[in-house]
Design a protein around this ligand. Structure first.
Ligand SMILES: Cc1cc2nc3c(=O)[nH]c(=O)nc-3n(C[C@H](O)[C@H](O)[C@H](O)COP(=O)(O)OP(=O)(O)OC[C@H]3O[C@@H](n4cnc5c(N)ncnc54)[C@H](O)[C@@H]3O)c2cc1C
Length: 659
């Protein structure tokens, strides 16, 4: 239920529409850009925009300049853009701008920092920039939006944390309370606060308590730029759980960040193989995970055939048809066949059209048979084996998901050989354009996510399947296949392993505690035995959970029932709490009573209507569509009257729900 919109009466003395954006990372800056661009073409009265973030607006906390220059993006310079383009289906105007790569070409020489000037000058379109360079780009994109504000729009930044949003029982504007006690009156408030601090979930809290009790070191999930690695001593063994991007940040901060050097010696027998020269200040990282191998390196080539303009099997029409059947939907039974078929189709399309000699039949014939056969059936597998002769050219998603093939090896030396050869094979494949079919699959994985949106958000979606099959399994597989590190990070991993600074623990990793010997213990299903250490790092990003948030604003709203975490009820009545900030389809905050606050919005990765903060150029990214939709909703609001002054006894803040 949405409260009736204000009808615009009673606005005497409140000529300006006052909007408060809380959180000015990439998402907040993207919304600001849409506000500026839409206000320039919509005929509306004066607008005051207040921006609240303790970190610099544009980059925000994750992309702040003040972080190690060693930390990098896992997005290429040509793929990162802060701007909308003509591909975006939206009502607002297109005001395009440069990708990070194009911006470095045009503005890089003007950067105030010599290291960034040098990086920008050397940057290629397929390079992975430092987060500091991205910070400068995002700050410039923000400045550009502010500079384009039309007459009648004022934009004011407050380098403060918002700690509460309160309303008066007498109605009128909300009061946004800042860290320093100041308040901002607001006709509407938007929370754009994706990556806030959360208290460790119970299993992590238990490990932290164990570490405290036994004088051990435990680092729970954290953001790479915020890691305090001081307690991790030189030479000590460190168990690391997680082999994704969190591990890559940790690995580089504890090695190159401690004075070690990566060197190539072209006179080596091995050619230009990377070697690591330790500084002596590194710990020894013993890393494992569920799969036991790092995420796939990002592909370093472009498609050889034209990229499909739209999906073929996992289409909006197919999802609508599924919904129209009116029955419960589960991910693995109903959606995965669409996704798997689409990804496989895109893979073979690139293989057949980009590398025609590798498929025995012409593409039209391949396409017709593929469409006729049931994807994944025995008949399909037999046919693929005949028309794609080289097994290395066949896409097997199930095998990709189990990279060590459930192998059990005799000892750690064999495990090291196994993981090394896996990583080398991945590196070779992701850097050789002969395997550009992998990029076809990669693009299809990105393309299906927005298509699935209506099914995932539908009441027909089985809650347990959503949590376990989609969020639990599929998104993990997605990250593993499509959101891995730059290839040179895996070269560095191999060099560190060779230097004895990194060792592998295997797959099926289980961490336990040994109170008698005061140690953390790691066991893996890949190799017999166990490894003990006095330090454990959970190298993953903290998962947002409203119930555990340490953000004062979200905590205050949740405590009063003015914000709620998503709760799904399974068919058998079991309640599944995802912890995600519940918003309605218009991005309005849901309250504990099930209603929506008409003038409080939330956008970001912590909400139930997710869209990644960055979209690739020319991809009609959901983030831009959502930002445009919310910007236009905000600009259509009528100003409210000011609430009574706070010392007015009839104006007690904190009524039953926000506007
Ligand atoms: C370490 C890390 C690396 C990443 N690397 C990549 C990458 O290479 N490529 C990629 O595409 N994506 C990457 N991502 C994904 C990431 O989600 C986005 O890049 C992006 O940062 C999300 O933007 P956002 O604005 O939604 O949230 P955030 O970047 O989290 O910004 C939220 C802002 O809200 C502010 N805030 C929070 N609470 C309050 C409050 N109470 N009052 C005022 N302000 C508040 C914070 O200070 C922050 O500046 C990465 C994420 C992380 C955490």
């Amino acid at each position: 239920m949405v409260e009736p919109e204000d009808d615009g009466t009673g606005t005497a003395g409140a000529a300006s529409l006052v909007l408060v954006l809380v959180g000015l990372g990439p998402r907040g800056a993207g919304l600001l850009e849409r506000l500026v661009s839409n206000a320039a073409v919509l005929d509306r009265g004066p607008v005051e925009v207040h921006l609240v973030d303790p970190f610099p607006p544009g980059p925000g906390r994750v992309w702040r300049d003040d972080q190690s220059e060693l930390l990098r993006l896992n997005t290429t310079a040509e793929d990162l853009t802060a701007f909308v383009d003509a591909s975006v289906t939206m009502d607002g105007p297109v005001t395009s701008g440069p990708t990070l790569f194009a911006w470095c070409r045009s503005e890089g020489a003007e950067l105030p920092d010599a290291a960034l000037v040098a990086e920008a000058a050397a940057l290629g379109p397929l390079d992975f920039p430092s987060r500091r360079l991205a910070s400068a780009y995002l700050a410039a994109a923000f400045d550009r939006a502010v500079a384009r504000a039309p007459a009648g729009m004022t934009i004011t930044s407050h380098a403060q944390r918002a700690v509460d949003v309160v309303r008066s029982d007498a109605g009128g504007r909300d009061r946004v309370v800042l860290d320093d006690g100041a308040t901002l009156l607001a006709d509407a408030v938007v929370l754009l606060t994706s990556h806030v601090d959360v208290a460790p979930a119970p299993p992590y809290a238990a490990l932290a308590a164990f570490a405290d009790d036994h004088g051990l070191t435990y680092l729970p999930p954290a953001y790479g730029g915020d890691l305090d690695l001081g307690p991790v001593g030189a030479g000590e063994d460190v168990l690391v759980r997680g082999f994704g991007l969190g591990f890559v940040d940790l690995m580089i901060l504890l090695t190159e960040g401690r004075g070690g050097k990566f060197l190539t010696d072209p006179t080596d027998d091995d050619g230009a193989r990377l070697r690591y020269e330790p500084s002596g200040a590194e710990p020894r990282l013993l890393v494992g995970s569920r799969r036991g191998v790092p995420y796939h390196a990002k592909p370093m080539y472009r498609l050889q055939a034209p990229r499909p303009a739209a999906t073929t099997f996992c289409t909006p029409g197919a999802v609508t048809a599924l919904l129209e059947q009116g029955r419960p939907i589960t991910f693995l039974r109903d959606l995965w066949p669409l996704v798997g078929r689409e990804v496989t189709w895109a893979y073979y399309l690139e293989l057949a059209q980009g590398h025609p000699g590798r498929v025995r039949v012409p593409w039209p014939q391949f396409a017709a048979t593929f469409a006729d056969l049931e994807w994944g059936s025995a008949g399909y597998a037999q046919w693929i084996a005949t028309v794609v002769p080289d097994p290395a050219d066949r896409l097997d998603l199930a095998a990709l998901d189990r990279p060590l093939r459930d192998r059990q090896v005799a000892d750690r030396a064999e495990l090291a050989r196994l993981v090394r050869s896996y990583v080398r094979a991945d590196l070779a494949r992701r850097q050789d354009v002969a395997f550009s079919a992998d990029l076809g699959a990669f693009h299809a994985l990105l393309a299906v996510l927005p298509v699935l949106g209506p099914a995932l958000a539908s009441p027909q979606m089985d809650p347990r399947s959503l949590v376990q099959e989609f969020l639990g399994w599929f998104m993990g597989f997605f990250s593993f296949y499509a959101s891995g590190p730059p290839p040179d990070r895996l070269e560095q991993l191999l060099a560190l392993e060779e230097a004895g600074v990194v060792a592998f623990l295997g797959g099926g990793l289980e961490i336990s505690t040994d109170p008698d010997r005061g140690a953390f213990v790691a066991r893996s299903t890949t190799v017999p035995g166990e490894v003990r250490a006095r330090t454990l790092v959970d190298a993953t990003l903290p998962a947002f959970d409203l119930g555990r948030t340490e953000d004062p604003l979200l905590a205050a709203l949740a405590a009063r029932g003015e914000a709620v975490g998503q709760v799904l009820t399974a068919a058998d009545g079991e309640r599944l709490e995802t912890g995600q900030l519940a918003v309605d389809p218009a991005h309005r905050l849901r309250r504990a009573d099930g209603s929506s606050a008409s003038r409080r919005f939330a956008l970001g990765m912590h909400t139930t209507v997710k869209s990644a903060a960055f979209a690739r150029p020319a991809s009609n990214g959901p983030v831009h569509r959502h930002n445009d939709q919310v910007a236009r909703t905000l600009l259509a609001l009528a100003p409210l009257p000011d609430p009574p002054p706070i010392d007015d006894p009839t104006a007690a803040p904190g009524g039953p729900g926000g506007q």
